[in-house]
Ligand binder design. Sequence first.
Ligand SMILES: Nc1ncnc2c1ncn2[C@@H]1O[C@H](COP(=O)(O)OP(=O)(O)OP(=O)(O)O)[C@@H](O)[C@H]1O
Ligand SMILES: [Mg+2]
Length: 480
Amino acid sequence: MRIAPRISYTKPSMLEVNGEIYKCIPEDLSLFGIKFRDNIANLEIGDDVIVHLELNDEVSLNGMVSRLIESGFVVMFNEDPEVIANTVGKYLTDKIFESKACPYCGQFLKKKVEICSKCGMYLDFSKKEVVKITKDLKLGNFISKLVHEKRVDYGALCTEENIEMVGSSPKMKQVFSLIRKYAQTDYPVLILGETGTGKELTARAIHERSRRKNKPFVVVNCAAIPEDLLEAELFGYEKGAFTGAHHRKIGRVETADGGTLFLDEIGDLPYNLQAKLLRFLQDGTFERLGGNKTHKVDVRIIAATNINLKKAIEKERFRKDLYYRLSSLSIELPPLRERGNDVIVLAKYFLTKFCKEQNKTNVIGFTKEALELMKSYTWPGNIRELINVIRKTCVLVEKDIIDVNDLDIRFENINLAEAEEGILNLNKHIENLEKELVKKAFILAGGNITKMASLLSVSRPKVYKLIEKYKIGRVKENIN
Ligand SMILES: Nc1ncnc2c1ncn2[C@@H]1O[C@H](COP(=O)(O)OP(=O)(O)OP(=O)(O)O)[C@@H](O)[C@H]1O
Ligand SMILES: [Mg+2]
């Protein structure tokens, strides 16, 4: 039996995929998803989409492409039960009672009832509790199906310590794919990215997918250890190597034998030590400080930095040969502001996590405005900053739904360095705003140019230019 009822729904709808808008014809609608009978070029399973539907009111629902079929594709909604109940749930309920027949057993429905008197199934999906129960039932089905098919695509990587690396934006999918590929090799990897983008998490994810996963993962932060101690820390020392060296000390490279050594902030590695690291990278050999015996270990090096190593090379602070040795396999982690809907996915992920930790079972989610704010903020501290904001919100919030004022987002966090990188570029922001407005006008006008011109208060030729400029014109006109 189908657990979530499905009704025929064929009103032309707008679909946003990767910033582009398509006009598509749906086939049917259920509580948890919608099926379209069009094909969109390059659409992939896992793509985030926004579906604009005209139900009792106009609604926009976040979703993900879950299936590609010959005659179209299926989008599963990615929304809280409350949102589903208030939108699709209400609409479905109205349609069920309009039809006067139970969608499960066909029992005649004289009036609106919560439960069908014949088959006992829930019929009022405008209640979030009913949506939740139905979802749980459906999830049970879904999981058993996945186990059966042995095919799971979570859009997330789970590390051994159960720390998930969450994301489903195209850029993060590429990162996940590199992690999987690099994990199969023993070559050094260089991870680049702004502060808080997940460099250490990425290094761990590579280690945990590699043949070294049962061996140590050793972290050395090159910026945190004083320059004159770093060599001893990395390579160890013999008794009497220097005043105070009362006994032999094994360095971190030896501790990491068989496993992975993660050299964080590699840009801060002192110049004289860089040659020693290069030699170690080439043949795995080194001498302890004050010793003349050469040791050999089997260690994979993963390095990370948030500074521009090419500039450091120009300033002769970083060796070119070491850079090339380290960077033949590299991963560039995108800043959070370039991960599109991942901000929302991560915010919801951490909200659930922290609410569970703090036993705040009443907190359901974010208001639309709060989600918009998080999406428009530039997150200079990236995921670490997002985590801090959500954790603090969870501690302080006394409401069920988190609103703009509950989020401690401070726009003055933007510093000069980031400003130089173009965060304050006014033209860029004006362009983004223009694009958003044109997109909205397009949706409201259903693609009608005259209506758009009137909504935007510009001429029709200008509308054509804007559509061309922002590629909004790449619309699939599926309507006859
Ligand atoms: N994609 C992600 N999904 C979930 N959590 C993440 C993700 N990326 C990072 N995190 C979390 O964000 C925090 C910061 O990540 P991490 O320490 O790996 O960043 P970093 O780039 O090494 O930062 P820094 O440059 O400041 O050292 C950690 O708590 C990490 O678990
Ligand atoms: Mg780090």
